[in-house]
Every structure is written in C-alpha cells, then in structure tokens.
Ligand binder design. Sequence first.
Ligand code: FDM
Ligand code: MG
Length: 215
Amino acid sequence: ETATAPPRGILIAIEGLDRAGKSTQCALLVERLQQSGHKVRLQKFPDRTTTIGTLINSYLTSATDIDDHTIHLLFSANRWELAHSIRTDIAAGVTVVLDRYMYSGVVFSAAKGLDYEYCRGPEVGLPRPDVIVFMDLDEGEAAKRGGFGEERYEVPEVQRRVREMFRMMRGDERDAGDWGVVDAGAEVGVVAERVWGVVERGVEFARGNELRSIQ
Ligand code: FDM
Ligand code: MG
C-alpha cells in the first residue's frame, strides 16, 4: 500500500494600499480557510521578529537612517531568510497567507526613485504566489479613514506614488494572471466576500500546478 501525499498548500499574497484593511482581511481569510479544512499559516512582511527585521523596524520607525539601496536589499533579504520555511510548509500541505510580499518591496523602493528592474532583481527565485489579492482603495476613501501613523512612508506624497507604482506593477507580464483586484472601500464583510472570490481562483490554480518561482 502506498500512502498518498497530501495536496500541497496554497501560497496567497495580500497586497494593497495602506489603510485598505489588509491585516483585518488576512485574519478573516485565515479563519475562513481553516473552516474549509486548510491548515494555514500567516506570514507578515516585513517580519520584524528576525535580526534583519529588527534593522527594518528601526528604519521604519526612523530610529535609524539607512541608505535606499541598503534598506531595499534588507527587505528582500528578510523574504529570502523565510523563503525556505514557506516552501517547506507549502510542500507539507500548509497554506501560507502573506500579508505584503515582494510587490510592496518593489513599489515602495521604486516610488523613492530606484530603478524598477533593479528593485525587482533580488526577488527573482522567491516562491511565487498562486494568487495575489490587491486591496484597492480610492484616494478619497483612503482620506476618510483617518490620519496616518508615524512610520516612514505614511505620508500622502509617498502613498500617491506607491498607488501609481502598484498600478504599473499589476501590468508586469511576468506576474500576469496572478492579480485579483478587490475594491476595499466597502464594509468589512463585503470586502471579505470579494477577497474569498479571488482566493478561490488560487485554490483552483494550486490544484493543477506546482508552486512556481518569481521569474
Ligand atoms: N515595505 C514593506 C517596504 O518598503 N518594502 C517591503 O519589502 C515591504 C514588505 O514597509 F510602508 C513598507 C511598506 C510599509 C512598511 O509595512 C511597513 P507594515 O505592513 O505597516 O508593517
Ligand atoms: Mg504600516
């Protein structure tokens, strides 16, 4: 008798603009996946709990200044140090929900003026999500959701450029087909339904395909 390996886990990335409700939706998604029988792990990026994450945290809170290229590579290194555990989980049948991923990595650095291809380069080879949920929020709606926090990048001009860079990145043919855009400007439960609709496509894709790598 041969044991059948469990189906692989699904790699789901949640991306979007600040205050679009990513973290709330990630928590709801994890619950819903569990209720439908998936083993699930949530992985937040940046992961501030590692040694590299500590440096990133001190940069984001403006405790230290770090050169643009250097911090860019640290954000990427933070994904590489966790890539192995993501692949291991997926292979073992655990679905991994990413709260931000390399797409944030590229757009936030490119919004500062770094070259887009330079920014994307270090991400090549990382596990590629089966689906990316992009939580979109129009500018007016974002403004209604109240003030920013105190972290670096939480200023209107950066947010505007990030929104533009995300739009450009969603047109990058190397990730074509991975994106599902969700209008995040509705009530939490309504948005959760929309997120689930996109995630179901990822579940379907993962059934018939191996986990890919960012190319
Ligand atoms: N950010 C996030 C980056 O600049 N590069 C990255 O690779 C990632 C993952 O860090 F402004 C930015 C995006 C955001 C900030 O994110 C912290 P959270 O989600 O607020 O922790
Ligand atoms: Mg934040």
